[in-house]
Design a protein around this ligand. Sequence first.
Ligand code: ADP
Ligand code: MG
Length: 274
Amino acid sequence: MIGTNRSRDDHAAPLIVADSITVAYGTDPVISDVNLTIEPGDLIGIVGPSGSGKSTLLKALLGGIQPRAGTVTRRKSLTVGFVPQVEKIDWNFPVTVAECIGMARASGWRTPWISKAERVEITDVLDRLGLQGLGSRHIRDLSGGQQQRVFLARALFTGAEVIFLDEPTSGLDVRTRHEVLHLLGDLNSEGVTIVLSTHDLNGIATHLPTIVCLNKRVIGAGAPEDVLVPEVLEQTYGSPMQILEHGGMRVVVDGGPDSSVLPFRRASGDGVGS
Ligand code: ADP
Ligand code: MG
């Protein structure tokens, strides 16, 4: 960057660095010795089976839980947003979409009122996320995909530079999943750094530029073509997997080349109604 005061290094400074972190709730570590650097503009998927520590890692990166060992360093005055798993949100909270977004910026419970200027901004952010016209709808009366986008809207409304999403497509149908993925791709190309967790390899992970395979520790990290390989997947998921190429895409299939079919047997007597 010639002709500016800002040095290149400054511009490229990482947003968040996890340096060899170990996190535990009780005595046994849930994740161990995890190193992860989040750079501006990243779109990273943390991939692993249920219980592998994905949500815990997100919480540690956000600062919601302190590591037992190692350090998490966030760039000074970094603004982050968090989009929780749709199934874990209590939607009985009596607010409208616009209020829900507006409250994200309120500095306390005494000022829940939305100013005129903020209302315009909220309308803009709703438009940007395909939620136009839903500002006065109760959040309870939205579809799963829409509810999630309300949380994304909150994050954008607060000007978050990094947005974390925990399992953003679980519980969504295929079409909504595609919409969410496209939306995240668009936001990322507009400069928002995105970190998400998912257990869904083919639905999401294969579409992302960077994947981190996690199972209590980082098994592999990098581009899908480097990480979605049988050795890494087997260590991550604990069972053999094959990779197929399909129309230029990598598709992960259960079972290695030698694995037998699952041991289900057809009930004897075969016929219907016997
Ligand atoms: P994932 O998101 O990959 O499913 P989690 O990070 O939620 O994994 O959980 C990793 C492990 O930590 C699991 O064994 C889970 O039971 C345990 N765990 C998660 N949250 C807590 C908690 N608040 N207290 C105790 N154990 C927890
Ligand atoms: Mg989780």
